[in-house]
Design a protein around this ligand. Structure first.
Ligand code: ADP
Ligand code: MG
Length: 331
């Protein structure tokens, strides 16, 4: 199969042309007009074999996750998905893999009416790079630099199950976390769904426009991502460890594992956002409208840094850091 046959067979004309997309796959560029009164929200995320997923990853789930992690960035801005491009490096053409990958990809794309409008296909180590384009009404994007002292801090869904799924694959984790409890096969499967099939919180992000003050998606662990809000907003925060919404599978683990995986796990793809205290009922109404659970986990302070407290308001000292591709212990 040639490069063009791959594009034609697996990535072209699988969706109806969306309004606003004037020219899709087949020319040198796609042409796309955002609706009047909106700004384009644009984001790219790359998934590299051996780094973001295992070599034997299920192709259908990988198609889903590749787009889901990108849509999660749109959700964090309160943007509505419109279109995406796909740059794909493939070691070889494997028809079954390509069929499953594109099925997983288009299932999610169709759900959000997000159209594939172009990309690039080349031979090389498996690498999947997607760029998404979303729309947000002028001036209404949820940003990282707008949290204010006194704001509540909220998080959607649950945290830590994806990290627990990873632990079930990594033998090094069993050594490092001596208190990691054995998981049943059913628990492993439940946790694995969080890792491989994340649900981008698009509906919540859109419902929080004009309600939340600042927002970010939790992809590298809550602490690290919340810290991005704190740095950009030049503020600090207190988070209550015992208020964190632990994943259903994680709740069977010891409290130390629960805290570490929920605070610094990664791959959660939930939204962490701040909102004025007097907006609590409005936040809950937005969450209900989006059919998404939200939990209040702390508050923004003027004093810089992030402080963790338990249910008795005593400080919790945890030496944990969020995921960083270039972090090396000891540096
Ligand atoms: P060019 O050489 O002009 O950059 P290509 O020959 O690489 O264009 O691609 C031909 C068309 O197919 C373009 O419209 C491009 O956007 C699209 N395309 C290439 N690869 C993909 C892909 N993986 N998914 C979707 N569209 C793709
Ligand atoms: Mg060209």
């Amino acid at each position: 199969m040639t490069e063009f046959e791959v594009i034609q067979r697996y990535f072209t004309n699988r969706q109806l042309l969306q309004c606003g997309v004037d020219l899709s796959i087949g020319d040198d560029c796609a042409l796309f007009s955002p609706r009047a009164g909106t700004q384009l929200a644009i984001s790219s995320d790359m998934l590299v074999e051996g780094r973001h997923f295992f070599s034997d990853a299920n192709a259908r789930m990988l198609g889903h996750k590749s787009l889901a992690v990108n849509l999660s960035d749109l959700a964090a801005m309160g943007a509505e998905p419109r279109a995406f491009t796909l740059a794909l490096a493939l070691p070889e053409v494997q028809p079954v893999w390509l069929r499953d990958f594109s099925d997983g990809l288009f299932e999610l794309a169709d759900h959000y009416h997000c159209q594939l409008i172009g990309g690039d296909t080349t031979k090389g180590p498996l690498n999947i790079c997607i760029t998404v384009f979303g729309e947000v009404p002028n001036g209404q994007a949820l940003r990282r630099d707008t949290a204010r002292e006194g704001d509540d801090i909220w998080v959607s869904g649950t945290l830590g199950d994806a990290r627990l799924a990873l632990a079930s694959y990594l033998t090094t984790d069993a050594n490092q976390h001596s208190d990691l409890c054995t998981m049943s096969e059913i628990q492993k499967q439940q946790a694995a769904l969080h890792l491989h099939m994340p649900s981008p919180r698009i509906a919540l992000g859109m419902a929080l426009r004009g309600v939340a003050r600042a927002a970010i998606d939790v992809s590298d662990g809550l602490i690290g991502d919340l810290n991005h809000i704190l740095e950009r907003s030049k503020s600090g925060a207190t988070v209550w460890c015992d208020a964190l919404p632990f994943g259903a599978t994680l709740s069977h683990q010891n409290v130390s594992v629960q805290r570490e995986f929920a605070l610094a796990g990664g791959d959660d793809y939930e939204l962490c956002f701040t909102a004025s205290k007097d907006q609590r009922n409005v936040v809950l109404a937005a969450a209900k409208q989006a059919a998404t659970q939200v939990t209040r986990i702390g508050y923004i302070e003027s004093e810089k840094g992030l402080r963790l407290r338990d249910a008795n308001n005593l400080p919790v000292n945890l030496s944990i850091h969020s995921f960083d591709h270039f972090y090396e212990p000891g540096n």
